[in-house]
Design a protein around this ligand. Structure first.
Ligand code: THU
Length: 136
């Protein structure tokens, strides 16, 4: 699947965003190594901090369904430049995705930028930093 095709699925996912507070809809589509796609949208909350970004919705859906190996992620929002994932989502990407995995960032103008997990979060904190007992 191309980055553009994955972006189309992220655009579909965006339609389901639950954003009564920010009114800022984000969609994500995560491709696993078996070719399965998990879609995600942002889901907000009246208490604000329980809100979940589209990227984490997609990743957590996948992991909770038994999929932990991924080959690409697309994210899209109505942003002037291709949407840029928040720091928390970058850290979650690092946990489950290869540093070289492509991440496609888009907006409603059709602009599409390809980056990687390690470009989004260089020097990330990982399991390597934990004591041997803490590593899985
Ligand atoms: N948001 C995402 O879902 N992904 C991003 O990459 C950036 C921000 C959400 C969080 C919140 O629901 C809304 O966008 C405004 O910050």
């Amino acid at each position: 699947m191309t980055g553009k095709e994955l972006m189309e699925l992220a655009l579909q996912a965006r339609k389901r965003a639950y954003v009564p507070y920010s009114n800022y809809k984000v969609g994500a589509a995560l491709l696993d190594c078996d070719g399965k796609v998990f879609r995600g949208c942002n889901i907000e909350n009246a208490a604000y901090s329980p809100s979940n970004c589209a990227e984490r919705t997609a990743i957590f859906k996948a992991v909770s369904e038994g999929s932990t190996k991924f080959s690409a992620l697309a994210v899209v929002a109505d942003s002037p430049n291709p949407v840029t994932p928040c720091g928390v989502c970058r850290q979650v990407m690092v946990e489950f995705c290869d540093p070289k995995m492509p991440v496609y960032l888009g907006n409603l103008k059709g602009e599409l930028v390809e980056t990687t997990v390690e470009q989004l979060l260089p020097g990330a904190f990982t399991a390597e930093a934990l004591t041997p007992e803490g590593r899985h």
